[in-house]
Design a protein around this ligand. Structure first.
Ligand SMILES: Nc1ccn([C@@H]2O[C@H](COP(=O)(O)OP(=O)(O)OP(=O)(O)O)[C@@H](O)[C@H]2O)c(=O)n1
Ligand SMILES: C[C@](O)(CO)[C@H](O)COP(=O)(O)O
Length: 247
């Protein structure tokens, strides 16, 4: 099959090198269990559930013991045979970890998903929706949901006084952005090579290149496990799935 006729190949990079400080003391967040299975394995399965994803690159915590543990976890849990898995050590920041994951991609990958290990329960329809939008020509795609809370911009205080509200952005125009975020591979690589500002997601690097970022529907089950209460919610979602369809 020539390059022009073969379907685009998609890989998922899963940054999983964070410590999980906001979750409290314990193992690195991605290695903590949700209903007995490490969060990372849930996230890997969520990516591999898409028939479009042929490769998953896991960016492990940088210490050798964690990287070895991640390799063992991938070997010990049932994962689709059609998908390849690679493990690389991560960096000090999420941005560095994603870049290290991108550097491990082989030639022939055209579409890249970047998915937080901390969003273990994203449904496959959301993953496929992101991939489809990239395949239709978007350089960058984010799944997003409208906000429930009103958001205020505040004046950061360094003198210990109370923060003051300086603006209230119009809520109807705000979106809470999730992962997987999807990218044309060359665009994402260029973004990571040229943007040096600290950012909290990959799509904002593409915004800085002046390119459009397309929004597709997110999903409430794609929430990020950040604080202890999120673990309770994640286990409740898993229990509901098991009750509904024997997942
Ligand atoms: N140096 C880092 C920091 C974060 N991440 C990953 O980026 C995702 C989103 O980050 P976050 O939820 O903030 O995870 P942590 O950095 O672990 O959380 P905290 O800020 O509470 O320590 C997670 O899957 C996390 O493992 C990473 O790969 N490398
Ligand atoms: C990428 C992200 O999940 C989009 O909402 C989010 O910005 C990650 O933030 P974190 O502080 O690194 O968890």
């Amino acid at each position: 099959m020539s390059d022009e006729t073969r379907p685009p190949r998609t890989a998922a990079v899963i940054p999983a090198a964070g410590r999980g400080v906001r979750l409290g003391p314990g193992a690195p967040k991605a290695l903590r269990a949700l209903n007995g299975t490490p969060m990372l394995i849930h996230a890997v399965r969520a990516m591999a559930a898409s028939r479009s994803v042929s490769l998953v690159v896991v960016v492990a915590p940088p210490d050798e013991a964690s990287a070895a543990e991640v390799k063992h976890l991938l070997a010990d849990h049932a994962l689709p045979e059609r998908t390849d898995f690679v493990v690389v050590p991560g960096g000090e920041t999420r941005q560095e970890s994603v870049k290290l994951g991108l550097d491990a991609l082989p030639p022939g990958i055209d579409v890249v998903l970047v998915h937080d290990a901390a969003r273990p329960l994203v449904p496959v329809d959301t993953v496929d929706g992101v991939i489809e939008a990239v395949r239709e020509g978007a350089p960058a795609v984010v799944p997003a949901l409208p906000l429930a809370d009103t958001v205020k911009r505040v004046d950061p205080r360094t003198d210990g006084g109370p923060e003051l509200v300086v603006a209230t952005p119009e809520r109807a125009r705000l979106r809470a952005v999730q992962t997987p975020q999807g990218f044309d591979r060359a665009t994402l690589q260029r973004a990571h090579e040229t943007v040096t500002d600290d950012v909290t997601d990959d799509a904002s690097m593409v915004e800085q290149l002046g390119l459009p970022v397309v929004v597709v529907p997110g999903h409430e089950e794609a929430f990020k496990v950040t604080r202890p209460l999120d673990l309770v919610l994640a286990e409740a979602v898993l229990a509901r799935r098991r009750a509904n369809d024997g997942f």
